[in-house]
Unconditional design. Structure first.
Length: 323
C-alpha cells in the first residue's frame, strides 16, 4: 500500500461515553494496588470485626425476643464491652426498663439504637485498617505520575484534569468501600436475617442510607487529603510518611492537649484528631445520642479541608500543563 494512502481510519469498535474516561484511570490504579500482598492481607483482616459484631446483634435479638437463656444484666455487660462509650448510656437507659417495656417500645427504640451503635463501633474498629489501606494505595497515585511524566501521556488524550482527579479518587474510594462501607452494609443484612420477622425493616430501613452517607463523609476528606500529599512530592515514600505523620501527630496532640486540664476547648481537641472528627460526624449522621457539641462546626471543617485539598491537587495536576 502506498504511503500516501495511509491515514486515519474509522473506528469499528464499540464507543463509550467520554464521561467514563475516569474509569480507565481508576481501573488501572485498582489493579496495580491490588498486586500488593500487604493490601490483600489488610483487606482480609478488616472483615474480622463484622463477624464479632454480628454475634452481638444475634445476642441482642435473642434477648429482645425472650429466647435467650442469659438475663438482661448479662447483656448489659456485653453492651458495655462492645459499644462506644457515649452510646452505652443511651442503650443501657433503654434496658433499665427492659422488664417493664412493651414489645413495641423495644422494637421502635431499643433495636434501632443498638444497631446504630454497633455499626458505629464497627466503623471505629476499622479505622486503623482504613489508615493502613490508604497509606498503601494513595502515596504513589499522583507522585509516580509526576516523577515519570505520565501527564504527557494522560493529557495527550481527550481527558480533562477533573476526570484524572476523579479516577484517582475512585481508586482510593474503591478500597475504602471494600474494607469499610461494604462490611457495614453486610452486617445490617446479617442483622435483618437474624431478626424473627421481616418487620424489622420498617424500623431500620434508613440504616443503610445513613451508613452510605456516613461513609461518604469520611471517604471524601480522607481521599482528598491523601491525594494532596501524593501530589506534593515526586517520592511516594514522603507522601506515605506525611500520611501516617498526620494521624500519629494528631493522636499525640490530642493526648497532650487533653492533659492541659481545661485550657484547651473540647472543639479544638476533637478537630486536632481526625479519628474523633470522623467519629463525631458518623455519630450525628447515624442519629445516635451524644453529648458532643459543635458537630455542625466539625462538618464545616471537613468541608473546608476537602475544598483546600482539592484546590491543591488541581493546581499540582495543572502545573505540568503550564510548563
Amino acid at each position: 500500500m502506498p504511503i500516501h494512502n495511509l491515514g486515519y481510519r474509522e473506528w469499528d469498535g464499540e464507543r463509550e461515553s467520554g464521561n467514563s474516561r475516569w474509569s480507565v484511570i481508576a481501573g488501572i490504579g485498582i489493579r496495580r494496588a491490588w498486586q500488593s500482598s500487604w493490601l490483600r492481607r489488610i483487606a482480609f483482616v478488616v472483615w474480622g470485626p463484622p463477624l464479632v459484631y454480628g454475634i452481638v446483634i444475634f445476642l441482642f435479638e435473642q434477648v429482645l425476643t425472650g429466647n435467650a437463656s442469659m438475663n438482661p444484666r448479662m447483656f448489659r455487660e456485653i453492651v458495655n464491652m462492645f459499644l462506644p462509650a457515649e452510646s452505652v448510656q443511651a442503650v443501657l437507659l433503654v434496658f433499665e426498663n427492659l422488664d417493664t417495656a412493651t414489645q413495641q417500645e423495644l422494637l421502635t427504640v431499643a433495636r434501632p439504637l443498638v444497631w446504630k451503635a454497633v455499626l458505629l463501633q464497627l466503623q471505629r474498629s476499622q479505622a486503623i485498617g482504613m489508615v493502613i489501606v490508604v497509606g498503601l494505595v494513595a502515596p504513589a497515585l499522583i507522585s509516580q505520575d509526576v516523577r515519570s511524566r505520565a501527564f504527557l501521556l494522560y493529557f495527550s488524550r481527550p481527558m480533562t484534569r477533573l476526570q484524572y482527579i476523579i479516577g484517582k479518587c475512585m481508586t482510593i474510594g474503591f478500597f475504602l468501600f471494600l474494607t469499610g462501607t461494604l462490611p457495614q452494609l453486610l452486617l445490617y443484612l446479617f442483622a435483618v436475617l437474624l431478626s424473627p420477622d421481616a418487620s424489622v425493616i420498617a424500623y431500620t430501613w434508613d440504616l443503610p442510607l445513613r451508613v452510605l452517607v456516613a461513609s461518604t463523609a469520611m471517604i471524601v476528606p480522607t481521599t482528598l487529603l491523601a491525594l494532596m500529599l501524593s501530589s506534593l512530592t515526586i517520592e511516594s515514600r514522603f507522601a506515605t510518611f506525611g500520611w501516617f505523620f498526620i494521624w500519629i501527630f494528631g493522636l499525640a496532640a490530642f493526648l497532650m492537649m487533653r492533659r492541659l486540664d481545661g485550657d484547651t476547648s473540647e472543639l479544638v481537641l476533637r478537630l486536632s484528631f481526625l479519628f474523633l472528627l470522623f467519629s463525631d460526624m458518623s455519630t450525628a449522621i447515624l442519629g445516635i445520642p451524644t453529648t458532643v457539641s459543635h458537630v455542625e462546626t466539625q462538618f464545616v471543617f471537613a468541608a473546608v479541608l476537602s475544598m483546600v485539598c482539592f484546590t491543591v491537587i488541581f493546581r499540582r495536576v495543572s502545573a505540568p500543563l503550564r510548563a
